[in-house]
Design a protein around this ligand. Sequence first.
Ligand SMILES: Cc1ncc(COP(=O)(O)O)c(C=O)c1O
Length: 392
Amino acid sequence: MTTYLDHNATTPLDPRVREAMLPYMGELYGNASSVHRHGRLVRGALDRAREQVAALVGAHPSQVTFTSGGTEANNLAIKGVSDALRATRGTEGRLLVGAIEHPCVLDPADLQSRLGWQVDYLGVDQQGRFDIKAFESVLNASNPPDLVSLMLANNETGAIQPLAELSAIARQHHVPVHTDATQAAGKIPVDFEALGVHLMTLSSHKLYGPLGAGALISDKTLTLSPQLHGGGHERGLRSGTENIAAIVGFGAAAELALQELDQRHAHMRALRDRLERGLAQWPQVTVFAQAAERLPNTVQFGIDGMHGETTLMKLDMKGIAVSSGSACHADHADPSHVLTAMGVSADLALTAIRASIGKETTEAEIDHLLRVLEQLLNDPLNSAAAARVSQA
Ligand SMILES: Cc1ncc(COP(=O)(O)O)c(C=O)c1O
């Protein structure tokens, strides 16, 4: 048995979601675009899933465009808006994205910059929260951005952003806002209308649904250029025969997430607090973004002198799955761009470990992690390594 504490990477499929999907991987088949009864049947399932996903974030079903996941939805938002603007204006524009965004926002933004767009990055404070003053000054500048993309909650630290406040400022300047709510949805209440954003990204496999389904929610005030061309599915925004089983699963997972939100939140929060109480015993441990409002399930911490990748592997050998914040290459690791943006030193950032709790995580699993960490901290080999690092 493993202690799985990597729910921000992906969640296990909820057995109730699997049950809902199974008929669509067997007896119920059809192409939702077909006019005959098979087509109508799966079209009905697609419509229901659209309602379930919309309900999770208080949106209207017509505002939901299904995609293959969060990555595609973020690409559709950034490239879709940029391409549409370029097509109507004939010139390159300007984007503002968060410095702590997921690579599937940062990379499409980088692509636009190589295509001649001006791309700016909104920084964060030491607790990983977007800098509202800096945001105001970017928007007050003579050439404000054409689109802002700022995530609702960060996947590494769990820091929840003041999105409603940021989008209210953007609205005063008539600047549209996209938010990546991939990590927030299913963990905290998310309301598309109340947040005042124009576009929002969701992903199924972060909330106990299957891999390979996601959505872009759009208030439809922005023109988006499709990134996949073909049969005109999803109202022309995303061609490709719909992955019905995955979308049905996404819908079922969204409905359960909404029904069980309070209870999941309380459960995960209690376990997160238990973990943080345990970590607080050790002066070598720093919990990142601890003073920020955070997702109830996420704890990212560094251990002085203990390389994150090594800790991760040692925990894995003891049956504990967590993640580290660094991007690994063949011969070296880069510190997390999120921690770097927060002003964390490279040395400390390279020790980062993220534990992300799930709805089925138990106290015993948290205690298991704490026990193994204690062994690692008391291991003379680790202390020797730590001493070497601090001398270096
Ligand atoms: C904040 C954030 N956005 C987007 C994604 C990508 O979502 P998907 O795996 O569905 O493509 C992830 C996945 O790790 C994420 O954490």
